[in-house]
Design a protein. Sequence first.
Length: 131
Amino acid sequence: YPEHKENTPEVILNNLRSALKLVKCDRHEDVEIFFAVMEIEAWMLAFKDSLSKWGAGVKHDIPVDLESIPRPVEWMDKIGKAAGNKKNSKALHSITSFVNHITRDEIIAVYESNIVPSFTKFWRKILEVTA
């Protein structure tokens, strides 16, 4: 939020790095933070095969630019409810049942397609760290 300059990702990251340095954490300068507030549901919408399985094959006409959707959670709720899911998409059971459908191949496909740039950036960093 622009009116709260002390809460920007850069400030939070610098504060975290400073705190880690104080407790003598090795490689505190290598720490990075990724914020997925509304994007996490946009990320989930990108996993079309998993979405189809979780949503029991319910047809949905999702916008192409997933990161431009103002409230992607509403899309997830709509798909879930149409498929008979009684809980909202943020409920632990809903998230777990969705994530259980995601395969390694689908992660790679979403990453390589760059359909959700924030996910691609996040996954690229995961690959760098685990390589």
